[in-house]
Design a binder for this molecule. Structure first.
Ligand code: ZN
Length: 182
C-alpha cells in the first residue's frame, strides 16, 4: 500500500521518533509498515525514507541507491532496512551534496556532511548489524537519521543562497556534484 508523505510544516516531522521495542521488532504491523515504506519510496523514485515521513514516529529508516543510466558513477547500495539506527562519524572530511526531500517538494539545498560513517542498527530479523558507509550512501543515511530526530536538510544548510527551486537548480546550479532525493 502506498503511504501519504508528511510535508514541511507538519509537526510530526519535528518530533523525536521513539525507539522500537523488542516486541515491535517482530510485530506484523511494523513489518507491513516497512513493506509499505519500501513501496512508497520506490513509487516516488526516492533513495531513502524515514518513518516520521509517513506519520509514524518510530526509529525506522530505509535506504536504497540504484544504479541509474541518468547518473553514471552513482554508487549503488542494495535496500537496507535500519531499525533503531545509531551513527558514528568516521571522518572529519565533509562532502557537499545538493539534497532534496520528499517532505520538502521541489526544493534543493546544498548541505555539507561528514563523508564517512559507521551505522549500527537492527535488521528486520532483529539481528544487530554494523555497516561502514562512504560518500553518497553515508550522506543519505545521515539525512534519514535526521528525520528520526525531527531535523530536515534545511536545518543543516549554512548558506541559504544555495537553496533553489528544482527548476532553477537545473538551470543555474546543476553541476557534477551529486544530488539526492529521498
Ligand atoms: Zn528527507
Amino acid at each position: 500500500m502506498l503511504l501519504q508523505i508528511a510535508k514541511l510544516g507538519h509537526p510530526i516531522l519535528r518530533r523525536i521518533a521513539e525507539p522500537l521495542t523488542l516486541d515491535e521488532l517482530h510485530d506484523p504491523d511494523i513489518s507491513r509498515l516497512i513493506d509499505d515504506m519500501i513501496a512508497t519510496m520506490r513509487d516516488h523514485e526516492g533513495i531513502g525514507l524515514a518513518a516520521p515521513q509517513v506519520f509514524v514516529t518510530k526509529r525506522i529508516l530505509i535506504v536504497e541507491l540504484r544504479p541509474s543510466p541518468r547518473t553514471p558513477g552513482t554508487p549503488s547500495l542494495p535496500l537496507k532496512v535500519m531499525l533503531n539506527p545509531e551513527i558514528t562519524i568516521r571522518s572529519a572530511d565533509t562532502i557537499p551534496v545538493w539534497e532534496g526531500c520528499l517532505s520538502v517538494d521541489n526544493l534543493r539545498g546544498l548541505v555539507r556532511r561528514p563523508s564517512a560513517i559507521t551505522v549500527h542498527y537492527s535488521d528486520r530479523q532483529g539481528d544487530e548489524r554494523t555497516l561502514d558507509l562512504d560518500g553518497l550512501a553515508a550522506v543519505i543515511v545521515q539525512h534519514e537519521m535526521d528525520h528520526l530526530d525531527g531535523q530536515l536538510f534545511l536545518d543543516r544548510m549554512d548558506d541559504m543562497t544555495r537553496l533553489a527551486h528544482q527548476r532553477e537548480f537545473e538551470r543555474f546550479w546543476q553541476t557534477a556534484l551529486p544530488q539526492l532525493v529521498d
